[in-house]
Design a protein around this ligand. Sequence first.
Ligand code: ADE
Ligand code: ZN
Length: 305
Amino acid sequence: MPKAELHLHLEGSVQAATLIELDPSLDPDQIAAHTAYTDFAGFLKAYVWVNRLLRSPEHYALAARRLFESLQAQGVVYAEVTLSAGVVLWKGQDLEAVYNALYRETLRAPFPVHWILDAVRQFGPEAAVPVVEFAAAHRGRGVIGFGIGGDEVRGPARDFAGIFDRARKAGLRLTCHAGETDGPESVAAALDIGAERIGHGIAAATDPALSRRLRELDVPLEVCLSSNLRTGVVPSLDAHPLRRLFDSGVAIVLNTDDPALFDCSLESEYALAASRFGFAESELRHLAENSLRYAFAPRGALSSS
Ligand code: ADE
Ligand code: ZN
């Protein structure tokens, strides 16, 4: 089944072995201690810790190379990878140099790859301005979209309305983490500012009117099962609303989010859908087809030939 990854953070994909390549003074126990967490706030700290280890454009390039190899081995045919550009700027790094290094890897990738540049919600809209301007300037040079991630409770979507307008006018496609740690009103707010895909969005399962709105707009949820379990936003997989959302006709795409931090792969997420949510072969095929259908890139750009 050819499938795509649409919600995957480069920084959350860096495996321990690669972190040791980046900083040979690290050992696996230290890495395990820094990347252990029990809730969403702890997860964000672990994510920032990994981000801090990416200290040069070459480090980002190595992370991308390793990620592309891993995706190819899983039969992924296309990926829209998120770069936490807001974090690159927050660290005081040269975003142009980092992105140039990533773009060189992109041109050599074994399948087509586009980038979604992400601003950090809790840093506020001012900090998102240089991210959206950079993304706009690099559209057509590998950048396809703009998004916001991080803490949706501390950075409400409505604060980013102007930023999303700017991105849309520049021809960037729009995605927004929402309804992960916050309620359905956060997903509604993401739709209000023009999100075309929702990162997670599982809170929509508690609001039938919102589910209807998602169906009518044909906006898919980028569902990440292991992520939701590991960050504690669902208490167990049994409590995860994937099946209810799918059966209600909301478009679903399965993704890994941060595969190194959640010990998962795209294959393992599809396997979970089958084993824990009873997805039949035809339903898994439907999910895989959705991953291509809801890609921001046009169909013709999804194969490398
Ligand atoms: N950045 C990386 N992973 C994230 C997640 N699951 N939610 C919000 N921001 C993120
Ligand atoms: Zn995410």
